[in-house]
Design a binder for this molecule. Structure first.
Ligand SMILES: Cc1cc2nc3c(=O)[nH]c(=O)nc-3n(C[C@H](O)[C@H](O)[C@H](O)COP(=O)(O)O)c2cc1C
Length: 328
């Protein structure tokens, strides 16, 4: 019975053995981490902006490095928001390269995923879309996605507002596999969400505290030390709430955007530009977390799953332990 819990629609769609997605993370998704997650039987998701800009690897070359390390499937993250033509153009080119290099599993987030569904359909590509609310799920289902990733209130990155139970209930009747993103920091939580009916998990924070993730050791140490109550939301990074550790720097400078920025973010016409400004600025801020230790302007993104994370481990050991806990 418990072994069946591991055999989910996500496994069949992504052609993997263990229903664990190593979620896309800017700037933490280095190719070695992605490759290790896939090799271990889960699926690592390449974050193109992270690979190319934070880790200075040519996109195709990065995919080939992963393929040289493992012949297991990998996925690609496509952030669908059409914030500028230059961005969209670049994303389309990366998507073409991924398809040429044999990537068949795509995790989309923000915006409407239809153009990606249409682009990858001819090669049998599978698209799972990140959502935080039923209304976004409805749009994604209309666009033809194959699965939903329910980003809950415990998640790292852009967190949702609802807990895992509530979101699952809201999304059940679409008849699509639903993956749980957020709050899964140990194998017991993994088992619990599978028993709830989820088709798998997408974890981010857990995979930062691994030997393969090349982010700064101080960031990993902060994850080990933090409790769920130390996670706060900030709109300073991209204008929408992002979960971060409440470090002394954040305590000093505050997690909320200033009054002028808030006003601009509220206005429909300026909102668009403000987000762009924020994301350019934030790419720099976040990239620094790779190289600078504590004391620097630490915007350390992490979810409430920090509560279950007690040591830095090899990615393969984490995935094997999670699977063993379900097998019993
Ligand atoms: C540091 C960090 C960066 C992230 N960057 C992205 C991203 O670029 N694209 C994306 O779709 N999700 C991003 N996420 C979300 C993760 O893919 C995943 O859904 C989330 O981390 C799950 O919650 P957890 O951290 O509690 O496991 C990020 C999460 C973290 C912690």
């Amino acid at each position: 019975m418990t072994t069946d819990l591991l055999n989910t629609q996500l496994c069949r769609d992504a052609k993997i053995e263990i229903p664990i997605i190593c979620g896309a993370m800017y700037p933490c998704s280095n190719w070695e981490l992605v490759a290790a997650a896939s090799k271990a039987g889960g699926i690592g998701i390449v974050q193109p902006i992270s690979l190319v800009y934070a880790h200075k690897t040519d996109f195709r070359e990065g995919l080939r490095k992963i393929k040289a390390f493992t012949d297991k499937p990998i996925g690609m993250n496509v952030i669908t928001e059409k914030s500028s033509d230059v961005y969209l153009d670049r994303m389309k080119k990366w998507l073409d390269i991924a398809v040429e290099e044999g990537v068949r599993f795509f995790v989309t987030s923000l915006g409407n995923p239809k153009w990606i569904v249409d682009r990858v359909a001819p090669v049998g590509g599978i698209v799972y879309h990140d959502i935080t609310e039923r209304k976004w799920a409805e749009k994604a289902v209309q666009a033809g996605v194959h699965g939903l990733i329910a980003v809950n209130s415990g998640a790292g990155g852009h967190a949702g507002a609802k807990n895992a139970e509530l979101l699952f209930k809201e999304l059940q009747d679409f008849g699509l596999p639903v993956v749980c993103a957020g709050g899964v920091g140990d194998e017991h939580e993994f088992k619990r969400v599978l028993e709830m009916g989820y088709a798998g998990v997408q974890m981010g924070t857990r995979f930062i505290a691994t030997t393969e993730c090349i982010t700064h050791p101080d960031y990993k140490a902060a994850i080990l030390k933090a409790e769920a109550a130390d996670i706060v939301l900030t709109d300073k990074i991209s204008g929408v709430p992002v979960a971060i550790i409440n470090t002394p720097y954040i305590q000093k400078t505050g997690a909320k955007a200033g009054p002028i920025a808030r006003l601009l973010l509220k206005n429909n016409r300026t909102k668009h530009y403000m987000r762009m400004f924020y994301s350019l600025q934030s790419l720099w801020k976040l990239k620094n977390t790779l190289h600078n230790g504590a004391g620097y302007k630490d915007y350390w993104q992490a979810g409430k799953s920090v509560a279950g994370i007690v040591k830095v481990e090899p990615t393969g050991e984490i995935i094997a332990r999670y699977a063993a806990a379900v097998r019993g």
